[in-house]
Design a protein around this ligand. Structure first.
Ligand SMILES: Nc1nc2c(ncn2[C@@H]2O[C@H](COP(=O)(O)OP(=O)(O)OP(=O)(O)O)[C@@H](O)[C@H]2O)c(=O)[nH]1
Ligand SMILES: [Mg+2]
Length: 685
């Protein structure tokens, strides 16, 4: 097995909006580097990266995929990611373990919202990057228009290192502005620059030389002195400029035609940093420090993904930052403070797993069936435990109720859901005790639909997703007294229970209280728990629309009994009856949950968003415009924002994010109350 030193590894994440061609580019890279012998196609479901049957079905990537290959003695670990914004959890995990990024832009559709989003993520993570303008063979492909757009959005540091030869149906190859040669077709043939492109190449080439010389005083001096810089000097200068983020090279090609891919691999090796050039942050949130990477002991490896494979079981993906990890060894999970047994290690390439005896710092691998380790944990040595800072994931904002289709599905539901949320850290599951529903939360509708599909395919669990019910509550507004006598004379001995209750509203958020104020044994002590039970059962239903009553104090203060006919059940019935009578006199109202919401949008959408929030009965509480972004804070009823993830995406074309959390319960306005009551009436058999 070949081992690679730190400087001979590249860990790279492929980023773009949905469908710009990341998976196709990764396939072309694997093919060009000789890691695969057939060039698969997304449209045929034959790529190495999109191997999951659900990915094949939808023709989009849903999971991050590690795709190693070798180019010129360098191991390149590409990580393909999904472009659809619901799956940003995968993107974040991939970014966390990469030293560099390739941003794929479609030459026909240009810089889309999703491109801006992934650009922002890579800025945030401080990732040196390359831009690959893909689909040059497509109708409407325009290199120069796309470059202009890139420069106007992301600055002039976006610098073409190549020009395309021809475009659309005529696209044939690229002009390299460093070597000043043409590279045409596949397998690639080197040629002179076509005369029609000569002038263009010279003017663009000058900018490349400027940028390369500028980062290094020695080069700059030589250049200004009128000397020609060698290819090596240009490459060294550019590498420095790229690694420090001063230049983002633009390359061009077509994944489908496999044009420009060898040049892209060359650029990856030449310009993007190796693991050696990036320290890693370790320690707990209070006390963090950086650790320089090294292949000497001790071990430090970060778990960045866990997948639930129906055949292999749990598969744990990790990136080694320090030291070496061996197959069939014992390591220390520093996050949990426990030892973990490591079985056979693998190098993954899509679904293929190549067993290896060892993985060294800088590299990425996987291991099956770990018992206690989960995503975000650090594997290290017990003698020197360290914790590597894990990636942070966005909080769930969109929920659906999960209904199993059959009894058999119900039995397997819990396991399937917990496996899924282990696999995707942006998914959460909880049981809503108010509505008795199992709630699955995530980032958007598509993500939850895919989760349901995975449940069926991977775990054989059929479910339906429904809009969750709003956990309304009922409360009283004035004190009331009520009496209920349960008395029946049947054949043998009769039934008798008699209760007086006093109801009193409590301040919002105080729940329920039950007190016994009966004196003189007018209700014997042993029947009081039965009264309370009756009250509690009736209180769960309320009198308006079947919702539980809260913020209420119930006092039992009087009653009577019969020495022979009274029983616990009679007092329970009397307690429930008195409560219902009391509620109907105490001017009951419906309470609805109010959420705190924080919406982050580009400023130009402020008017639309406020208008929409107002229509949703929100109270806007603050606005903080900052650098083109506006943060709007508001309180809004839960009932109005069950589909907010979808609404917001459509108003802002995806240029937005928000967080939401429960705040408090509040009286629902009359028209809402009437609607809730009418709906309940309609549901009654
Ligand atoms: N004409 C042309 N089509 C391409 C090229 N690259 C990709 N495509 C097509 O574009 C579509 C999307 O390609 P993918 O590779 O799946 O794009 P992606 O960025 O991985 O998409 P997501 O994973 O959904 O984000 C597919 O139909 C590809 O065949 C290209 O260079 N030229
Ligand atoms: Mg893809």
């Amino acid at each position: 097995m070949q081992q690679y030193g730190l400087e001979n590894i590249r860990n790279l994440v492929l980023l773009s909006h949905g469908g710009a061609g990341k998976t196709s580019v990764s396939e072309a890279i694997l093919f060009t580097a000789g890691a695969i012998t057939r060039l698969g196609k997304v449209d045929d479901g034959t790529t190495t990266s999109d191997y999951d049957p659900i990915e094949v079905k939808h023709k989009i990537s849903l999971n991050l995929t590690v795709l190693p290959c070798q180019w010129d003695g360098v191991k390149v670990n590409l990580i393909d990611t999904p472009g659809y914004s619901d799956f940003v959890g995968e993107v974040k995990a991939a970014i966390r373990v990469s030293e560099g990024a390739i941003i794929v832009i479609c030459a026909a559709s240009g810089v889309e919202v999703g491109s801006e989003q992934v650009w922002a993520y890579s800025e945030e993570a401080n990732l040196p990057r390359l831009i690959f303008i893909n689909k040059m063979d497509r109708e409407n492909a325009d290199f120069y228009r796309t470059v202009e757009e890139l420069q106007s959005k992301f600055g002039r540091k976006c610098l073409p290192l190549q020009l395309p030869i021809g475009a659309q149906g005529e696209f044939q190859g690229v002009v390299d502005l460093l070597t000043m040669k043409s590279y045409v077709g596949f397998p690639v043939k080197e040629a002179e620059i076509p005369s029609s492109l000569q002038a263009q190449a010279e003017s663009f080439g000058e900018k490349v030389v400027d940028a390369a010389a500028e980062v290094d005083d020695r080069l700059l001096e030589k250049y200004l002195g009128g000397e020609k810089l060698s290819l090596k000097e240009l490459n060294d200068g550019l590498r420095q400029a790229v690694v420090t983020g001063k230049v983002v090279p633009i390359l061009v090609g077509s994944a489908l035609q496999n044009i420009g891919i060898a040049s892209l691999l060359n650029a990856i090796n030449s310009y993007l940093p190796s693991p050696k050039e990036r320290d890693v942050v370790v320690g707990d949130s209070g006390k963090q420090e950086t650790m320089a990477p090294s292949q000497e002991a001790p071990l430090a490896a970060l778990v960045f993904k866990t997948s639930a494979d129906p055949y292999v079981g749990k598969l744990t993906y990790f990136r080694v930052y320090h030291g070496v990890i061996d197959s069939n060894s014992q390591v220390w999970n520093a996050t949990r403070g426990e030892a973990e047994r490591i079985g056979q290690l693998f190098i993954l390439r899509g679904k293929t797993q190549e067993p290896v005896s060892q993985l060294r710092a800088g590299d990425i691998g996987a291991v099956a069936k770990l018992s206690l380790t989960s995503t975000g944990d650090t594997l290290s040595s017990q003698g020197k435990p360290v914790k590597i800072a894990p990636s942070s994931f966005p909080e769930p904002i969109f929920s659906k109720a999960v209904r199993p289709k059959t009894k058999a599905d119900l039995d397997k539901l819990g396991v399937a859901l917990s496996r899924l949320s282990e696999e995707d850290p942006t998914l959460r599951v909880h049981r809503d005790s108010d509505t008795n529903e199992t709630i699955l939360s995530g980032l958007g509708e598509t993500q939850l639909e895919v989760a349901a599909e995975k449940m069926l395919r991977k775990f054989g669990v059929g479910v339906e997703l429904q809009t969750p019910e709003v956990p309304y509550k009922e409360t009283i507004t004035i004190p009331a007294k009520a009496e209920y006598k349960h008395k029946k004379q049947t054949g043998g001995h009769g039934q008798y229970g008699h209760v007086f209750l006093e109801l009193e509203p409590l301040p919002r958020g105080n729940g329920r209280e039950f007190v016994d104020k009966v004196v003189g044994g007018r209700i014997p002590k042993n029947y009081i728990p039965a009264v309370e039970k009756g009250v509690n059962e009736a209180i769960e239903e309320g009198v308006l629309a079947g919702y539980p009553v809260v913020d209420i104090k119930t006092r039992v203060y009087d009653g009577s009994f019969h020495p022979v006919d009274s029983s616990e059940i009679c007092f329970k019935i009397a307690g429930a009856g008195a409560l219902k009578k009391g509620l109907s006199q105490a001017q009951s109202i419906i309470l609805e949950p109010i959420m705190n919401i924080r919406v982050k949008i580009p400023e130009e959408f402020t008017g639309d968003i406020i208008g929409d929030l107002n229509a949703k009965r929100a109270r806007v509480q603050g606005m903080n415009p900052e650098g083109g972004i506006n943060v709007i804070e508001a309180q809004v009823p839960l009932a109005e924002i069950l589909r907010y993830a979808i609404d917001l995406k459509s108003i802002t074309q995806g240029r937005s994010s928000y967080t939401v959390e429960f705040s408090h319960y509040e009286e629902a306005p009359p028209h809402v109350t009437q609607k809730i009551i009418a709906e309940r009436q309609a549901k009654k058999p």
